[in-house]
Design a binder for this molecule. Structure first.
Ligand SMILES: [Zn+2]
Length: 1035
């Protein structure tokens, strides 16, 4: 097995010797090329040698049912993109001080420092070397940049520029109600302040522009404004408390000429874009027969019919049209990536995947690249041979698989075989695909409960034990199976471990204690992992006894690594894969391997060493990860901390074994019990595959280079996952190593080998064909903002383990400006530089990017707990596109004015404080929490209807649930919450927030269009800043 170490997270960045006992040679990793990525030394992007160096996995397969008829076409659907023009933005647009008493203005540190003109200004986009991800960006004087790109408002008529089709017809922005009275550049033949055809809400048809009066070159330099253009000498010094490179706060500090408040409706609205897509494509059947077709948004409800390409539920791309050459890719810097959720749930109205069995010989695969039989294979020579769509190798068709071709050259049995006509299907795997050539045993779930003082006292142990009595009846089972094949086992621990024999023949469970935690072993084999059905009486007896057994414990010290060790040893002994459910509360400080100490040091925030806060302690945890992956042992961690627990280290094994981490700080049964139980229920019940190996193959000219997720990489191509469940997604980035052809397009095949919950070895295959174009405009038209932000979040959160967080933020901002500047230069009609022009498919990208910059992980605030930041970082790493979309742009729903008679969820409003009202009530959901925010002047009848109390003052502050009352408003509110919960894969915590209460801070940090509570710009300010950067790039 070839070993090249460019991979993954730092602790695992070295290639390891092979593991896993798989006989296959998953092939030689291709040569590397880095461009524009975190941490990579800034290197010129040189196209790689064209050689194909793909290899194979070994593989399995049968006789399929008949899918629907399919038509393959190579036509590319354009989804009507066109340039979007937005009025220039005032540099200072933040609303005046909020009525909420924002925290003091913080430096806006998410922005890069001023860039020396020599570095940033070049006339040739193609010559730019921006976003080279140099670890040390420009060190200009540590002063706030100054600013304010005076951005005149100029609407120029759209002029065709080799893109006749690009007529602006999309939602054009209404003119701003006020514009800063200054202009950077003199009006270009346009009378100032003229806006013909420029009515609010109507498309800007042309002719004139809105040109603020020409003024001096921009704003006078003021502290607090944006900009990087002015020489350092003109910059004001940093405001007190600003750290190096910080941006001064914003609006409120600016001393510019008085401005009227800018109409926030004038900048692109995410809620509007979401609604438009829902109107345009909602409720439709999306058929996947076209190459390069852009699917509806993740927020749109639609059904999928597989006609040759994988459903967007399984694979979603950042763009559906790849640039033909690496030069074009480098030029635009739009990441080429796909987010794969290989086991995604399929709605009931869509066809589940067919299972194909190719018999003893296993699935049919290309001899050279080992790609699996799929619709991209071209049958020739009367059906006796086929040409591989990935490597072009011509293969013999096995005798038993031969079929005649029709006059179109298609096999006569094409529509009877899923692997010839569908994008996604499964093969049954043969023994070649099993560890040690033996069929796997069904997996096991081991419940490992910390019974130290805190967990006993809080009532948690009793809560868990009571729940398991009923929950274990709902272990997942194979479709059609009578019972679950999954075995269960139980361990309790504090600083020693207790194993339980729950064999069905026993009258009473038996406890076996292991106190030598340094040499962990499993003291019993027979009777530890059992079938719940058979051992129900003994298990219930045990669950009844556990809380009592430890009720008078004084033990507060715990171990942790030995617990994982015990779990993986138990699975090894039973020769099965499985999952550990660990319920743990404190920093493991007892003398034992993996003992941790408090290393939280918030003084490191915003220093070069900040990254160490997020790096896991290595040593035994690294070793455990390898053992777990090797055994197919997934670790799920339920944490109940009252203080710092070094989450970065404790969650390290889960984060590399396809596990999930849940965190309930200061857990109280009454407040958090239900939320925890619903998380536990969903986790136990969800569909999952074990001992998984994923391989992504591509057609010639490009290849997968980077992988992000709850995964483990032992080499550069094989993605190992101890387990993968229906929510876990892997984000894969591609780079060119040759030229792509417009005729052939770009083909991707993702193959996931895994063990099902009943112990069957399966191979799931997803195929996707993308368009290729030598026109960048095609790429921009086919972009998917939600997928882009998923990619950027994961790559940034990965990069922050190796680079200062500040550098990562700067790279993100630069790349944003670069992508948009390249569009402007190459795809948009010529127009005044002062005008902000965004690609239609990316017009709300800036708001998402700004939200990402303000997330706990990236914001760099010492006020946030280190564990919270690490937790946020890790939970995003395994997210799919739906989850990251709503996390970065939460849904804010007014519920005070809802139509009780209607079944629909009320339309969301923009995620900004400005949309709230004192007399209103709003729900905010981000996939993790649902807040119910109540304005302080919320009418008593609303409060009465929702809570059955006469006024807001009667509401307790610690409410975590909503009573179900017998009135229309209460029922409607519950139905909305229920609809939201059903859309989300994980359970959401309910938080009730009164305006101006202390807890309002929690809510307000999710208002992503506003200035961040812990730093970071408002949407408007960010857009201004990016616009200014774009203008510099274009100068
Ligand atoms: Zn091939």
């Amino acid at each position: 097995m070839s070993q090249q170490g460019y991979v993954a997270t730092p602790p695992y960045s070295q290639a390891q010797p092979g593991m896993g006992g798989y006989p296959t040679g998953f092939g030689a990793p291709p040569p590397q090329s880095h461009y524009g990525h975190y941490g990579a030394p800034a290197q010129p992007f040189a196209p790689q040698a064209a050689g194909m160096l793909k290899t194979a996995a070994s593989g399995p397969s049968g006789m399929p049912p008949s899918p629907v008829s399919v038509q393959h076409g190579s036509s590319i659907q354009q989804n009507g993109a066109h340039p979007q023009k937005y009025p220039p933005l005032p540099a200072d647009s933040a609303p005046a001080m909020s009525p909420y008493g924002q925290p003091p203005q913080r430096p806006y540190h998410s922005m890069p420092q001023a860039t020396p003109p020599t570095q940033q200004i070049t006339n040739q986009m193609s010559a730019m070397n921006i976003g080279g991800y140099a670890p040390n960006p420009i060190q200009s004087p540590q002063s706030p940049t100054s600013s304010a790109a005076p951005q005149p408002f100029q609407m120029s008529p759209p002029t065709p520029m080799g893109h006749a089709a690009l007529s602006p017809q999309g939602p054009q922005l209404p003119p701003l109600s006020a514009c800063p009275p200054m202009a950077a550049s003199p009006p270009v033949g346009v009378p100032p302040m003229v806006m013909p055809n420029c009515q609010p809400g109507s498309p800007l048809m042309g002719g004139g522009g809105f040109q603020p009066q020409a003024g001096p070159q921009g704003f006078p330099q003021q502290p607090g404004s944006y900009g990087g253009q002015v020489p350092g000498s003109q910059m004001a010094g940093p405001p007190a408390g600003a750290f190096p490179g910080a941006f001064p706060g914003g609006a409120a500090q600016m001393a510019g000429p008085p401005q009227k408040k800018l109409d926030p409706d004038s900048i692109p609205s995410t809620t509007q874009v979401i609604e438009d897509d829902q109107v345009k494509r909602g409720g439709q059947l999306y058929t996947t027969n076209l190459r390069g077709q852009v699917p509806p948004f993740v927020t749109t409800s639609f059904s999928v019919q597989d006609q040759g390409n994988a459903s967007p539920r399984f694979m979603r791309c950042t763009t559906y049209s790849f640039p033909c050459t690496s030069d074009l890719a480098k030029q635009c810097q739009v990441p080429l990536a796909t987010i794969i959720k290989p086991l995604a749930s399929v709605p009931k109205n869509e066809t589940p995947l067919y299972i194909v069995n190719h018999g003893e010989a296993g699935p049919i695969r290309c001899n050279r690249c080992k790609a699996y039989m799929c619709p991209f294979m071209l049958f020739i020579d009367g059906g006796r041979r086929y040409q591989c769509g990935f490597c072009n190798c011509v293969n013999e068709v096995p005798v038993q698989y031969f079929q005649h071709l029709d006059h179109m050259g298609r096999r006569l049995d094409m529509y009877e075989r899923p692997e010839l006509s569908l994008g996604s299907y499964e093969f049954t795997a043969t023994l070649d695909y099993c560890k040690n050539n033996k069929p796997p045993n069904p997996p096991a779930y081991i419940f490992m409960i910390d019974v130290s003082y805190n967990n006993i006292k809080s009532g948690l142990v009793k809560l868990i034990c009571d729940e398991l009595k009923t929950l274990l009846d709902q272990l997942p089972k194979e479709e059609g199976a009578e019972g679950s094949a999954i075995k269960v086992g139980f361990v309790t621990y504090n600083k020693i471990l207790h194993f339980y024999n729950v064999k069905s023949a026993l009258a009473q469970p038996q406890m076996m204690v292991v106190s030598d935690v340094a040499e962990m072993f499993v003291p019993l084999l027979d009777g530890f992992l059992v079938n719940f059905e058979e051992s129900r009486a003994v298990i219930n007896n045990l669950l009844e006894q556990i809380p009592d057994m430890f009720s008078d414990t004084n033990e507060s010290e715990t171990v942790f690594a030995p617990v994982i060790q015990a779990g993986v040893e138990a699975l090894k002994a039973a020769e099965c894969s499985g999952k550990l459910f660990i319920f743990h509360s404190s920093l493991p400080m007892a003398e034992a391997p993996g003992k941790l100490k408090n290393r939280d040091d918030r003084k490191l925030v915003n220093t070069e060493k900040e990254k160490t806060l997020f790096q896991a302690q290595r040593g035994i945890y690294e070793q455990l990860t390898k053992e777990c992956v090797n055994q197919g042992c997934c670790v799920d961690l339920f944490l109940f901390p009252n203080q710092y627990v070094d989450l970065a280290t404790m969650a390290d094994v889960p984060a590399h074994t396809g596990g999930s981490v849940y965190k309930y700080s200061n857990f109280q049964v009454q407040v958090d019990g239900q939320h925890f139980l619903s998380d536990l229920r969903q986790d136990v019940k969800k569909s999952i595959g074990f001992d998984a190996m994923m391989r992504v193959r591509t057609s010639t000219g490009f290849r997968a280079t980077d992988f992000y997720g709850a995964i483990y990489m032992n080499n550069t191509t094989d993605v190992e996952m101890a387990a993968v469940d229906c929510e876990k997604a892997v984000t894969v980035e591609f780079k060119h190593d040759d030229t792509l052809s417009e005729d052939v397009g770009a083909l991707i095949q993702c193959a996931l080998l895994y063990t099902s919950i009943s112990g069957q070895r399966r191979l799931r295959v997803h195929n996707l064909s993308l368009a290729c174009s030598s026109q960048l405009s095609d790429l921009y038209k086919s972009c998917e903002t939600d997928a882009l932000i998923n990619f950027f979040a994961k790559s940034a959160y990965h990069a922050m383990l190796a680079q200062p967080v500040k550098v990562v933020r700067e790279i993100l901002v630069k790349q944003t400006a670069h992508m948009l500047a390249c569009y402007r230069k190459n795809c948009a009609s010529p127009s005044a530089a002062s005008q902000l022009i965004l690609p239609d498919a990316m017009k709300v990208f800036p708001v998402y990017m700004n939200s990402l910059l303000k997330t706990p992980a990236l914001v760099g605030s010492a006020e946030l707990s280190t564990d919270d930041r690490a937790f946020h970082r890790l939970s995003v790493m395994a997210m799919g596109v739906e989850e990251s979309q709503v996390l970065f742009y939460p849904r804010l729903i007014p519920v005070h004015s809802m139509d009780v008679a209607s079944e629909a969820v009320p339309s969301a409003v923009r995620c900004s404080e400005e949309r709230l009202s004192d007399t209103g009530a709003f729900l905010l959901e981000n996939g993790q929490c649902i807040f119910l925010w109540l304005g302080q002047a919320c009418p008593p009848d609303i409060i009465q209807n929702f809570f059955n109390v006469p006024s807001l003052a009667h509401l307790g502050t610690d409410m975590s649930s909503l009573p179900e009352l017998d009135n229309g408003h209460s029922k409607k509110l519950h139905s909305i919450i229920c609809a939201i919960s059903q859309q989300r894969s994980s359970s959401t915590k309910m938080v009730i927030v009164k305006q101006k209460d202390r807890s309002e801070m929690l809510f307000r940090q999710h208002l992503v269009e506003d200035k961040g509570l812990y730093g970071g710009a408002s949407y408007m300010d960010f857009l201004c800043y990016v616009h200014r950067e774009i203008r510099q790039l274009l100068t």
